[in-house]
Ligand binder design. Structure first.
Ligand code: CP
Length: 336
């Protein structure tokens, strides 16, 4: 595999390989000197046509922890604002000998266009394209769930999948590349996924996705769940009214204080609450839920660096192209 464009195309073997490698990479983050020499002399370009905090910063941290040279490109303030095309931008990067291009774009399909156009030779990693896909977000979510699931069962997470885990993804599925990428990856890893949303915020064709669909958040909670993933209401992508009011949305679809208490009442003491960020506190999630001991929001951000280190390392080292038997990450004792 040369590029990471979506989770739909990711085999179970490659997904487990990335998660296992991320586990090794997480050890680097706990060292005093958080650096490996693995990508010394390689150049990673962060090409962001859309705003980002977590993804852009964690890709930069990941590349730097692997000793790569990093070029950060933001469409704002670049020649893109003068009308430069994706092709010309890509070829400019090619002329600078980029080895990997991490791209976030408002247009679904832009990373695939970059990867398959022949404009550049670099490995392409999709950092979120339109409403289509956000594969490294799904991988860091799976990494977070896998650590929790392994702890509960008292078994090692390395090599494990999510078989038997019940995951509920709630909210603005229509505009969510995070939901799409999670549904495909979680299915590949053996989890049981239920999407919970108002009918207006579900995409056409959702009945063909490998998951169940519910319109009733409380009934789905009552049935039992191991991870609740709340989605951001993406107001910036909405060109119509999808729900009557924010107050009604919060009451019907938000993870509020009452639903947080309901987890205790249902004796679901190990259920975690996830959110990819950025959060609309008070809308899809209450502050009490976001800051509770069940919340994995900050763990997800932390795990994002390890997962992105793994993706960069495996793609640039060529390890992803081989049949995986064991990880060959350079020893974390290697001098940097
Ligand atoms: N989860 C996520 O993609 O966050 P950013 O938009 O801040 O990168």
């Amino acid at each position: 595999m040369r590029h990471l464009l979506s989770t739909e195309q990711l085999s179970r073997e490659h997904a487990i390989q990335i998660l296992d490698t991320a586990q090794e990479m997480s050890a680097v983050g706990e060292r005093e000197i958080k650096k490996l020499p693995a990508l010394r002399g390689r150049t990673v370009v962060n090409l962001f046509f859309e705003d980002s905090t977590r993804t852009r910063i964690s890709f930069e941290a990941a590349a730097k922890r692997l000793s790569a040279d990093v070029i950060n490109f933001s469409a704002k303030g670049s020649s893109v604002s003068k009308g430069e095309s994706l092709k010309d931008t890509a070829q400019t990067l090619e002329a600078m000998s980029a080895d990997a291009v991490v791209i976030r774009h408002w247009a679904s399909g832009a990373p695939a266009r970059l990867a398959n156009s022949g404009w550049i030779d670099a490995a392409v990693i999709n950092a979120g394209d339109g409403t289509h896909a956000h594969p490294t977000q799904a991988l860091l979510d799976a990494f977070t769930m896998r650590a929790h699931w392994a702890k509960l069962s008292g078994t090692p997470s390395v090599g494990a999948d999510l078989t038997g885990m019940r995951v509920m993804i709630v909210g603005d599925v229509l505009h969510s590349r995070v939901a799409r990428s999670n549904v495909w990856l979680l299915r590949t890893l053996g989890a049981h996924v239920t999407l919970v949303a108002p009918p207006t915020l579900l995409p056409v064709g959702v009945e063909h996705w490998p998951c169940e669909v519910s319109y009733d958040l409380d009934a789905t909670l009552d049935a039992g769940v191991d991870a609740v993933m709340m989605l951001r209401v993406q107001a910036e992508r909405m060109n119509a009214s999808f729900f009557p009011s924010t107050r009604e949305y919060a009451r019907l679809w938000g993870f509020d204080d009452a639903r947080l208490a309901r987890l205790d009442a249902l004796n679901l003491k190990d259920t975690i609450i996830m959110h990819p960020g950025p959060m609309n506190r008070g809308l899809e999630i209450s502050s009490a839920a976001a800051d509770s001991h069940r919340s994995t929001v900050l763990a997800q951000v932390r795990n994002g660096v390890s997962v992105r280190m793994a993706a960069l390392y495996l793609l640039l080292s060529g390890e992803m192209r081989q049949t995986h038997t064991s990880s060959t990450v350079p020893s974390v004792k290697d001098p940097s």
